[in-house]
Design a protein around this ligand. Sequence first.
Ligand code: 15L
Length: 272
Amino acid sequence: MKRVLLTGASGDVGTRLRKLLKPIYPELILSDIRTPGELGPDETFVPADISKFNEVANIVQGVEGIIHLGGFSVEGPWETILNANIIGAYNVYEAARQAGVKRIIFASSNHAAGFYPREKTIDTDVTLLPDTRYGLSKMFGEGLASLYAYKHGIGSLVIRIGNVGDRPLDKRRLSIWLKTEDLVKLIRIGLEKPDLLFEVAYGMSDNKRAWWDNSRAESLGYQPEGKSEDFAEAVLQAEKPSSDPVAAYYQGGPFCSDEFDADFERLKKLTS
Ligand code: 15L
C-alpha cells in the first residue's frame, strides 16, 4: 500500500505518527481542519472539515487505505462530538465506500468501555460501557466499521486506544500506555494483513499491569515492544494520592467522574 490518508494529522497522535508512517507509505496524505506545524517538503497536506461530506469526498480520492484519527479527542459538548466524531466518522466511511477504498483503521478509545472497574480484565468482545459522550461517539465508530465491513466488504481494524506517548504519564496509564511505534505495528496489521474483515484490538503496549486481554491482536501478529513496567518505579513515586474515588475505581479514570452524579456505592454493588 502506498497512498494512505491520515486524518487528524495535526493532533498529538497524528503528529507523532506522521514521521513514522511516511517511510512506510510513501504517498501519505495528511489531512486535518488545522494545518500541521512544520510541514516537511516531502509531506502532502490537504485541509478538510470532516463534518462536511464534500470535503471528505475530496481527500479520499485515489487512496488505498485510511487511518481515521480525526475528530474531537476528549469529552466535549454534544454538538462538537456529534459533528466532529459521529457525522465525521460517517462521512469518512461513506466517502470511502463511494471511492472504493478497501481498508480503514478506526481509532477508537478505551473510553468506549471506560466504566469497567480496574480490577476486571476485559477482552475485545465485551459489552461497551462508554464513559462520556466522546466514548459513546467511539462506540458509534466501532459500529460503523462493523457495518461497512459486513455490508460493503471494507476491511477495518478498530484500535481501542489507551494513551499514546513517549512514556506512561501516571499510574492509570501504566495499564493503558501505547508506545507510538506499537501503534504503527497495529496500523500495519490493519492496512496490510490479507483477508482482514472486521477486527478489534486494544491499543496498548506490552503492559504488565494491563486490564485488557489483547490475545486477538496477538493472533493477528501484534508483538508490542514498549513495556510500561520499565517506567513504573518513577511513575509510582511521582503519583499523588487520589481524591476522586470514581476516577480511581474505573478504567476510564477522570472521564468517568466527569459530570458523574449517580450513587457510586449503589453502582458498585449493582455491578460487582
Ligand atoms: C483518550 O481517548 C484521549 O484521546 C487521550 O487524550 C487520553 O485522555 C486517553 O484517552 C486516556 O484515557 O488517558
